[in-house]
Design a protein around this ligand. Structure first.
Ligand code: FES
Length: 189
């Protein structure tokens, strides 16, 4: 079996081996043919892959493939990195022996999975923020802490009239001198 010089170089001196502790995305794939596993870790800054690391438990060809993928993807935008294919990696390596082509199938797949993971995490973080800001819009009665259910000027449970504190905007008793939320006094000028 003859490997290209590039394959041998990346196999013997793999670039970007390791993990990223606070990775923005992680992608793992296993090779069903041989059972080998490849994992990619990415760090994203301003829509670019600021860091790419990998761990490969596999053959020499798989190690060379991961190393090449990490080099090709480093600094790419998300869109550019998604255009890297298993074929383009094998080509960039100067080709792989036919019976080792299956090894290259892991590379781009693992990277794309890490990007998918990053996108998923970003999406759920966004949903969290929307949910939280939605919740903070709903005020509770500052005295019984029960929900005001849309009636911001009256608490059914305490049977008291409420008004908004001009300082913090939260509901307080109508004739209250001191806001229980922000501590503003003489709110009734
Ligand atoms: Fe398993 Fe190459 S033999 S990845």
């Amino acid at each position: 079996m003859i490997y290209s010089e590039k394959v041998m170089d990346h196999f013997q001196n793999p670039r970007n081996v390791g993990t990223i502790k606070d990775a923005d995305g992680i992608g793992k794939v296993g090779n069903p043919v041989c059972g080998d596993v490849m994992a990619f870790y990415i760090k994203v800054k301003d829509n670019r892959l600021a860091d790419v690391k990998f761990q490969t438990f596999g053959c020499g060809a798989a190690i060379a493939v991961s190393s090449m993928v990490s080099e090709m993807a480093m600094g790419n935008t998300i869109e550019e990195a998604l255009k890297i294919t298993n074929k383009s990696v094998a080509k960039e390596l100067g080709g792989l022996p036919k019976n080792k082509l299956h090894c290259s199938n892991l590379g781009a797949d693992a990277l794309h999975k890490a990007i998918e993971d990053y996108k998923e995490r970003k999406k759920s973080a966004k949903e969290d923020i929307t949910k939280k800001s939605g919740e903070s819009d709903k005020f509770n009665c500052p005295y019984c802490e029960g929900p005001l259910e849309g009636l911001e000027d009256f608490c059914k449970k305490c049977q008291i009239e409420l008004e908004k504190c001009p300082e913090c905007g939260k509901p307080i008793k109508k004739d209250e001198e001191k806001c229980p939320h922000c501590g503003a006094t003489k709110v009734r000028a």
